[in-house]
Ligand binder design. Structure first.
Ligand code: HDE
Length: 703
């Protein structure tokens, strides 16, 4: 009888100490873990029984049935069968990293929270970024809002700031959340589209929900197609309160601003990235942390009083409104650095449970009705997703400060509390936890009165003014992208009345935008605008709402692809590499073969990517250095032609040698100001920091 050979039974355990290897140590929550072994420890069952053969199940004879008695097989398969937990109902696809928060300016005047008052203190944290609509297995670059959730493990308990990369939301009241989510998710009868707003049910709901119009301007802007998660802003959205020693409270909005500046992709590029690398954003985050280029954000606050709020031309408790930076400036008070990739995706990124209700003393909630609903939802959904009220014991969720109470038992209880009592007050145990009135959590002193009713505040009625302000604050390129995105999305809507209803709303935002979109949809006439519930105001433009205006003049965090082939000029490549890397960007060599290209001087230049699998959408700008021999080969390679055609179409700077020119000719690309001779490497590096916006009307029909 022959047995396929595996590694079982063939190798003696090299385990040297009792604690190494695949041993499972029971104990308190943080301690129960499988110790990773690099020394090929003994393979055992979960009961610790050594496994003699991990290749074959137990059979009655070589070709006979498998025996029920095979407890090793049954345990292995059973555990495997139970590996999946429900994915998040929204924000299912995510990527996360560990890091720290460092306070640079104290807010002691406003709050007692240690994390916001102890300058220089570094607080560990875990940050998860996500898309909203798609399932866990969807792609990284759909047009979608990005979640930006931070769990600060403060000395006073966990503070979760569960934010998005957009400062406003679709709806004003939590009551509407299941509706908006059902509308955006896959249509229930057909099960598609996955991870897209471009379909009937989404736009049907939106067209019937005027309060969404401000958010619609944001999601149709390039904010929802970011270049990198390291290049997005984050917003706590709601007003929160800060509470100081005297018990006085002020309002606060929280902001994250990326050190690398903001940058987005072009829609056609985002679509192509989804095919070329569905993990584009998580790979980018992983690689930057691995090479020590730690993603970083400034943490800023907008602080304002009730008296100031009373004068705003909107209600700050309405999550469809933002407070323009020009009205209440941002104060930068700290920074977040992400410097450690999780050890295990499931244990950390998947099992982390954020909850807006997790706040620390010195911070409190506002009456924002969306926030109030969120305070209920997160814990509720996590009880289902993680399966037991003891999910706070999972290491990524457990506070890093001491915690003690009389909560007991429940499924998956990992703690073994000692002692005779599990209640408070008691006179039997000196050691059991007691209340701490001196520094326990305090709520703001707020007096509430009125009639109980299901009602929307009148101050929430203005749905168009800030939508108009957002659109009119954009550069003309960004306005065009908003119009293009609306045309694209509404063109995927099969019901004409829904398209018309959306264009009708746009007329209340900006007549020119409505015309551009109406024209892009070939509407024969513009539909009448719905009567706004409140007069539409012309608020002053806020340049802080732009992306282009806020892009940083840097190549840091960016990647430049250099396409080479056999016969390319090595000196030219070296010079380009030097210029680009000294400007802070990463260079990746792309060649027809992954082993590399044999350069003109006979040396071999290894490639970082093979041409067919490394299209130009992976890069911020490209150089094509081919010489005659390489050009001769690549003019007949459609991946090479697409490489330059897409780089040009996605408004990227391009540097070329003679061979590169031949490829441009083959792709029928006419040189413009964004195409450089490789000798002008300085010009190329400067242009690579941004897109060649003026090129856009020459490469696509714009609305
Ligand atoms: Fe969430 N949201 N949300 N949300 N949300 C969830 O909680 C919910 C809202 C946000 O990486 C869920 O554990 C309601 C605004 C992020 O694990 C769920 C309402 C903002 C994440 C939930 C909102 C967010 C979630 C799903 C309206 C920006 C991912 C899984 C009242 C400030 C966190 C989970 C992570 C996740 C409910 C609106 C951000 C269902 C009811 C506004 C970043 O509980």
């Amino acid at each position: 009888m022959t047995k396929p050979k595996g590694n079982s039974g063939n190798r003696k355990s090299e385990k040297s100490s009792g604690n190494s290897g695949g041993e499972v140590r029971p104990g308190n929550a943080g301690e129960l873990h499988q110790i990773a072994g690099g020394k090929h420890p003994e393979l055992t069952t979960n009961q610790g029984i050594p496994i003699p053969d991990n290749q074959n199940s137990l059979r009655s004879h070589a070709r006979g049935p498998t025996l029920l008695e095979d407890f090793i097989l049954r345990e292995k398969i059973t555990h495997f069968d139970h590996e999946r937990i429900p994915e998040r109902v929204v924000h299912a696809r995510g990527t996360a990293a560990h890091g720290y928060f460092e306070l640079t300016k104290s807010l002691s005047q406003y709050t007692t929270a240690k994390i916001l008052t102890e300058v220089g203190e570094k607080t560990p944290l875990f940050t998860r970024f996500s898309t909203v609509a798609g399932g866990a297995g969807s792609v990284d670059t759909p047009r979608d809002v990005r979640g930006f959730a931070v769990k600060f493990y403060t000395k006073e308990g966990n503070w979760d700031l569960v934010s998005n990369n957009i400062p406003v939301f679709f709806i004003q009241d939590a009551m509407k959340f299941p509706d908006v989510v059902h509308a955006v998710k896959m249509e229930p009868d057909r099960g598609f589209p996955q991870s897209a707003t471009a379909h009937d049910t989404f736009w049907d709901f939106i067209s019937l929900t005027p309060e969404s119009m401000h958010m619609v301007m944001w999601i149709m802007s390039d904010r929802t197609i970011p270049r990198s998660l390291r290049m997005i802003e984050g917003f706590g959205v709601h007003s929160f309160r800060l509470l100081n020693e005297a018990g006085d409270s002020t309002f606060v909005k929280f902001h994250w601003r990326p050190k690398l500046g903001m940058q987005s992709t072009i829609w056609d590029e985002a679509v192509k990235i989804a095919g070329a690398d569905p993990d584009f954003h998580r790979r980018d985050m992983f690689e930057s942390i691995e090479k020590g280029a730690f993603p970083e954000w400034e943490f800023a606050v907008q602080i304002f009083t009730q008296e100031q709020a009373d004068k705003f031309p909107f209600d700050h408790l309405d999550a469809t409104k933002l407070i323009p930076e020009e009205l209440v400036p941002l104060q930068v008070i700290g920074r977040m650095v992400l410097d450690r990739w999780p050890d295990n995706f499931f244990a950390e990124t998947e099992q982390v449970a954020y909850c807006p209700a997790n706040i620390v003393p010195g911070i409190d909630f506002s009456n924002d009705p969306l926030l109030q609903g969120r305070l209920f939802s997160y814990l509720d959904t996590q009880l289902l997703r993680l399966g037991s009220p003891n999910f706070n014991q999972i290491p990524v969720n457990a506070p890093k400060c001491p915690f003690a109470n009389n909560q007991r038992d429940g499924k998956m209880q990992m703690m073994q509390p000692k002692g005779h009592v599990a209640y408070e007050p008691n006179s039997l145990s000196e050691d059991s936890p007691r209340e701490t009135p001196s520094h326990g959590f305090r709520h703001a002193h707020v007096t509430e009165s009125g009639d109980k009713s299901r009602i929307r505040a009148e101050s929430f009625a203005d749905h168009y003014s800030q939508a108009r302000q957002f659109y009119r604050s954009q550069t003309s390129h960004e306005q065009t992208h908003i119009a293009s995105a609306l045309v694209f999305e509404l063109s995927k809507v099969s019901h004409v009345h829904v398209r018309q209803a959306m264009v009708a709303h746009l007329r209340n935002i900006d007549e020119d935008l409505a015309k551009r979109v109406g024209d892009g949809l070939a509407l024969d006439k513009l539909p009448d605008a719905p009567a706004p519930a409140a007069p539409v105001q012309d608020l002053p433009p806020s340049p802080a709402l732009q992306i282009i205006g806020k892009m940083k003049d840097t190549l840091e965090g960016r990647a430049i692809g250099i396409l080479v082939a056999d016969g390319s000029d090595g000196a030219m490549i070296k010079e380009a590499q030097k210029a680009v890397t000294s400007a802070g960007a990463q260079v990746k060599i792309v060649a027809p073969k992954v082993g590399g290209a044999k350069l003109a001087d006979g040396s071999l230049l290894p490639a970082d990517g093979q041409l067919a699998g490394t299209p130009s959408v992976m890069f911020d700008a490209v150089a094509v250095i081919l010489s005659d021999a390489g050009a001769k080969l690549l003019v007949n390679e459609s991946a090479a032609i697409d490489f330059v055609r897409n780089a040009f179409g996605h408004l990227k700077a391009i540097a070329i040698d003679k061979g590169g020119q031949a490829l441009l000719d083959k792709a029928n690309i006419k040189k413009d100001k964004g195409v450089f001779d490789i000798a002008d490497i300085k010009g190329f590096v400067a242009a690579a920091k941004t897109r060649q916006w003026e090129r856009e009307p020459t490469v696509r029909i714009l609305p």
